[in-house]
Design a protein around this ligand. Sequence first.
Ligand code: R5P
Length: 297
Amino acid sequence: MKLISGSASDTLAARVARELGTDTAKIETKRFPDGEKYLRVLGDVKGEEVAVIQSINRTPDELLFEYLLLADTLKDLGASRIIAFIPYFAYARQDERFNPGEALSFKTVSKLIENVGTDEIYTIDMHQHRVLKSSDVFNIPSHNLTAMPLLADYVEKVANLHNPLVIGPDAEAEQWAKIAADKLHTDYDVFEKKRLGSETVQIRPRKASAKDRDVLIVDDIISTGGTIVEALKILFSQGARRIDVACTHPILVGGALARIYEAGAVNVIGTDTVSSPISYVSVAPLIAEQIRKESSR
Ligand code: R5P
C-alpha cells in the first residue's frame, strides 16, 4: 500500500512511514496568483491501494479542499482503492440544525469525501455528540479510533499522579475518561449540569469528589480552552490537589494554552493529530497498525 500525505499531516505521515519501514509518496502544492490551489501527485499510483493522511484542522476549508483534489486525482490516475486517515475531522460539531436554516456541515463534508472516491475512512476521536456512530454519517466503511490509551500511557510516565481521579468535562467525555481511568487503574467521573433555578446551573462531577485528589481532565478537543478552564475552576474549588489535562486534538485557538496554564494546570498534553506546542504523543502507531491490517487483507 502506498502512503501519501496532504500538507496538513506531513510530519505525522513521516512518523507513520517510519513505523512501517517505508516512505511517503510526494505531492506538490502551490497557489496560482489568483488564489486557486494547484496540486500534483509525484509518482505512479496506477493499480495501487493508497492510504491518504490529511488532518482537516486549523484551516479546515483549505485542507478539506486539498483532500478532495488529492483523492479525486489519485482515483483519476488509476489508484485502485483510497483509504482516508483523517485524524482530526473538522465540522463534526455541526451535526445538527441547531437553528432553522443552518447547514448540516458534518453531512455535507462526509458526502464530499465519499464522492471523490474515498473507499474507507479512519478518524481519531471524532466528535460524536448527537451522531453516535460514524456509520450514521458515512456510507463507506468507517472507523473511529481512539488515542486515549496512548495519552494515558504518556501521562502515567510523565506526571507521576498520586491516586488520580479522571474527569471528563461532559457526558460525551465518559468514553475517554473510562479508558484513561482503566489504564491508570483508578476511578473516573464526568461533569453534569444541574439546574438550580431558571437562571442558575451548577456544574460538578456526577458523584466523585476531587478533594485532595490529583486530577486528570480528558477531552477530545481543546479549542478556545473555555471548557477546560471552567473545569479547572470547579475542580480546584472542590479542593483538587493538582490537575493535569490531556486531549486528542490540541487545536488551541488564540491564547487557549496560556489560559489553561494560568488557570493552574500542571501539564497539558495533546497528540499530533494537530501539530501544536503540546503534541507530545504521536498517533502514528495507531495509524500504522491499521495500515498493516489493511495491507494484509
Ligand atoms: C465539546 O463537546 C468538546 O468535547 C470539547 O469540550 C469542546 O469542543 C472544547 O472546546 P473549547 O476548548 O472551545 O471549550
